[in-house]
Design a protein around this ligand. Structure first.
Ligand code: ZN
Length: 142
């Protein structure tokens, strides 16, 4: 049985070296879609409690990325913003590569997978930058 949830967060990013408009700092209201599953339901008939899953996703992903600037670790803009944004030093997130939807999808997958209870499996994560564009990663079915 699968459980599907979605979340939104607001963040800025840029793709340094991009030939088009994504090279400039800009923001999205991102949408994170998550599907998890369990072989058997718990005594209440649930894969897991929606609120527990929300709390888990909030701690694993949203608390770090919401209202943050997501940049590649070697992007000089990261240091520049951090040096003047003293009120929120943790709101510049340095990623191990360009902050594309694809990378955010992988990062979200890893962070959520680590936090899930043992009986719950991650099945799919999608990160949408706009209603029509995004990235998804799904477990391969045998
Ligand atoms: Zn963008």
């Amino acid at each position: 049985m699968e459980l599907e949830t979605s979340y939104t967060f607001d963040a800025a990013h840029r793709i340094r070296g991009h030939a088009g408009k994504c090279a400039g700092l800009h923001g999205h209201t991102y949408r994170l879609e998550l599907t998890v599953s369990a072989e058997r339901l718990d005594p209440l008939g649930m894969v897991m409690d929606f609120e527990d899953l929300r709390e888990l996703v909030r701690k694993a992903v949203l608390d770090r990325w919401d209202h943050a600037t997501l940049l590649a670790a070697d992007d000089p803009l990261a240091e520049a913003i951090a040096s003047v944004q003293h009120e929120a030093p943790d709101r510049v997130v340095r990623l191990d590569g360009h902050p594309t939807a694809e990378r955010l999808t992988r990062e979200a997958w890893s962070a959520i997978e680590r936090a899930l209870p043992a009986h719950v499996r991650i099945e799919r994560v999608a990160i949408r930058e706009t209603p029509t564009s995004g990235s998804a990663l799904a477990r391969l079915r045998p």
